[in-house]
Ligand binder design. Sequence first.
Ligand code: IPM
Ligand code: MG
Length: 362
Amino acid sequence: MSGKYNITLLPGDGIGPEIMAVTVEILKVIGKKFEIEFNFQEAAIGGVAIDATGEPLPAETLKICQDSDAVLLAAIGGYKWDNLPRSQRPETGLLGLRAGLNLFANLRPATIFPQLVDASTLKREVVEGVDIMVVRELTGGIYFGQPKGIFATEKGVKRGVNTMAYTESEVDRIAKVGFETAKKRNSRLCSVDKANVLDVSQLWRDRVTLMAGEYPDVELSHLYVDNAAMQLVRAPKQFDTIVTGNLFGDILSDAAAMLTGSIGMLPSASLGAENPGVFEPVHGSAPDIAGQNKANPLAMVLSAAMMLRYGLNQEKAAAAIDSAVIQVLDKGDRTGDIMSEGMNLLGCREMGESLLKALENI
Ligand code: IPM
Ligand code: MG
């Protein structure tokens, strides 16, 4: 299956450049194997962009991303930029990228690799076989609602405000992604909200319930977010596909990630209706281990597989990356975050080399 694609690389901050370097080497080999021509272009986002231009998402970066076929993003942020005003924080660049590309649907799979069952902090019988897809709304809700800000009241006391708001159409488009995703999996969709307290959640629940009529083969359930958080750690295997709003999805996807042993294993895909998708690991920039060749590159590498699968429709190439990851895990190769007794402790680069070797036999 051949193809020719312009890929924007956003290595970002912290461990970002290290895990991106490994991933690009792998994509080069994949390109040769499957006759796919990747044209890589690098751009700045996050802290590195702030240092270079004063802005976390320079207009040029957004333009390069908009003009490409897919965007690979590693990680942004670090202590150095934590105290800047909000408009200049690395996180604001990431939110601007999501909004600028209209990436309203965020797919975050939390699948446990059998080889890593014992790396989870939860008991083997609880996590073995976990395979959850969190579909998180990404460009609305409390992250973007107006009014927002810190305002002075008449009494001279400051008041911080954010607004959790969803329109019917915003709920409908993410609910549709939820139902469609569930249909391709085990046909069970759990919608998570806080409809017992929040009006915005009541509207969410009403719209999702209405859409269920169009998907008679998908079994829909609803959970309040506090209960969902509890159920995720109590009995995670009850979940197949979860659809939820921006803030609840942010929180639940981190919890779901830990079921799998390490957040260092989890990829994600952010998709819109027309624009190129952004593919990035769920984990952050891990400034504490940056530049030490200790990072786990697997979430980034698996994000490249998601790019091939969901962004470029190159399923065979995506499957090759997935199976290279399984091979290295089978061999016992581990980075520090997923290390256990008797396994081979590798650095980030060495893990990349092991993946390249595995790809030779695929
Ligand atoms: C995530 C992150 C981001 C978010 C931050 C870095 C803005 O936590 O992708 O989950 O809150 O969405
Ligand atoms: Mg998060």
